[in-house]
Design a protein around this ligand. Structure first.
Ligand code: DGL
Length: 279
């Protein structure tokens, strides 16, 4: 296994939002090479059917596997909700989704057992979160709601705008009514709305940033499998500041490059266009 330690961590998302996961991966695992695929030609996934999302996700994984990845992270909550069980059955590679890490953390921090989940229509409709809680045999009182306008608000650069606050007030009403003490941010874009969501929910409600949790989980998995960067090379892996990171998109890269500042804190300038359907 250690021979593969030099391989990259593969990450895919429906588009740009998965960069919130990359941002946390860079913080938690700075030495890891990363290959990122954003399916910008077919975004959004959040309003598509299970069959379609499974098909797209399979193509995305096949693309990443061509790039010698040792772990695939499904950064997209919609893809994790709809496609993860299928991907786990069909690929031998370790594949990590974003649902479980968020659920685990929510169970760890909730005191009242009243937990909320926000996500895309598809994520909420899929039943992936209720299933995951039920699977753990933990009786929680779960409240879910889709927040479809949050994604465009973030992409338009308005996460702290009064418009976002007004939408948050409307979307989050069921959660204040249910008196949740923990709210899972079940979509790639929502970590960028933390301030606004927290203002509406109040300081006592704990927000679970799935991007952070999945990065921490990736660290555990790579450690357990003896696949962490630097392992195969013995000592002297360096501090990882120059770990190679490659970014691919399925539509023209300019829009993605411009938006990357918001998600990653710096502008990516070397994004390549690929056709994953041809893989
Ligand atoms: N990446 C998606 C998710 O996390 C949000 C954007 C989309 O609908 O494709 O569910």
């Amino acid at each position: 296994m250690s021979g593969r330690a030099g391989a990259a961590v593969g990450v895919f998302d429906s588009g740009i939002g998965g960069l919130t996961v990359v941002r946390e991966l860079i913080k938690v695992l700075p030495e890891e090479p990363i290959v990122y695929l954003g399916d910008t030609a077919r975004v959004p996934y959040g309003n598509k059917s299970r069959e379609t999302v499974v098909k797209f996700s399979t193509e995305n994984v096949l693309f990443l596997l061509q790039h010698d990845v040792k772990l695939v992270i499904v950064a997209c909550h919609t893809a994790s909700s709809f496609a993860l069980p299928f991907l786990e059955r069909h690929f031998k590679h370790p594949i990590l989704g974003v649902i479980e890490p968020g659920v685990e953390m929510a169970l760890e921090v909730t005191r009242s057992g009243r937990i909320g989940v926000i996500g895309t229509q598809a994520t909420v409709g899929s039943g992936a979160y209720p299933h995951s809680f039920a699977h753990r045999n933990r009786s929680v009182r779960l409240t879910q709601a889709a927040c479809p306008l949050f994604v465009p608000l973030v992409e338009e650069g308005l996460p702290n705008d009064p418009v976002a606050r007004e939408m948050a007030r409307r979307y989050l009403r069921p959660f204040t009514a249910a008196r949740v003490d923990t709210l899972i941010l079940g979509c790639t874009h929502y970590p960028l709305l933390k301030r606004t969501i927290s203002e509406v929910m109040g300081p006592k409600v704990r927000l679970i940033d799935s991007a952070r949790q999945v990065a921490l989980k990736a660290k555990v998995i790579l450690g357990e499998m003896d696949l962490a960067a630097g392992r195969g090379r013995g000592r002297g892996g360096g501090n990882g500041s120059s770990a190679p990171r490659r970014f691919y998109v399925t539509d023209e890269p300019r829009h993605f490059e411009a938006l990357s500042v918001r998600f990653l804190g710096r502008r990516l300038g070397d994004v390549s266009r690929v056709d994953v359907a041809k893989v």
